[in-house]
Design a protein around this ligand. Structure first.
Ligand code: ITT
Ligand code: NA
Length: 198
């Protein structure tokens, strides 16, 4: 059983590998296909962008593909950066600059007004099949100072009350149990077999 994950993000790729290992899938990502052109994420929603990636790579490789479009929704910023999370601070994808920009925009706000949500939409596509999408979300708070070395992206700023830690202070295993991505994959599990066989 092979699944290609349509991501070039090393952090996402590592998480998908450990999440799917349990199910006995062989996982490849776009890091294994450097010759493929990057797909323009021209959609207005997580679902549109996830479908663009899944269907584009499925056509190119003629195989089953799973794509992840994810991001951080900050309530005080009316849901931004949202689908623009990877490039919040500019055209290049830069986690450190994105985190600095987020801290700047929230600098005046007290803790209880810094609520945020990590969102993940997964899209599945296969040749001659109708695509599907499924979601997962994790609630938290944006801290004023980064904490922790693990994970990627906004993880050092994202505080999870239940753990009293940021996502970057959790082990990879702990993050992969509770994250928006893990929740979406658990939701996917419930429908995956049915989708593959129909
Ligand atoms: P691909 O499109 O190749 O998958 P990408 O990084 O461009 O990689 P997205 O367009 O979905 O992916 O942007 C997601 C961004 O949201 C990501 O770059 C991070 O900034 C943030 N993000 C998503 N999931 C995250 C997580 O688990 N921890 C921290 N930040 C996350
Ligand atoms: Na995106």
């Amino acid at each position: 059983n092979k699944i290609v994950i349509a991501t070039g993000n090393k952090g996402k790729a590592a998480e998908f590998k450990s999440i799917f290992e349990k199910f006995g899938f062989e996982i490849q990502t776009l890091l294994d296909y450097p010759e493929l052109d990057e797909i323009d994420e021209t959609g207005d929603t997580f679902a549109e962008n996830a479908l663009l990636k899944a269907e584009g790579v499925s056509k190119a490789l003629n195989t089953i593909v799973l794509a992840d479009d994810s991001g951080l929704k900050v309530d005080a910023l009316q849901g931004q950066p949202g689908i623009y999370s990877a490039r919040f601070a500019g055209e290049e994808k830069n986690d450190a600059k994105n985190n600095a920009k987020l801290l700047g925009e929230l600098s005046e706000l007290p803790f209880e007004e810094r609520t945020a949500h990590f969102h993940c939409t997964l899209a599945l596509a296969a040749p001659d099949k109708e695509s599907m999408t499924i979601e997962g979300e994790l609630d938290g708070y944006i801290l004023g100072v980064p904490r922790g070395q693990n994970g990627f992206g906004y993880d050092p700023l994202f505080y999870v009350s239940e753990k009293d830690k940021t996502l970057a202070e959790l082990t990879h295993e702990e993050k992969n149990n509770i994250s928006h991505r893990a929740i979406a994959v658990r939701n996917l599990e419930k429908v995956l077999e049915n989708w593959i066989n129909n």
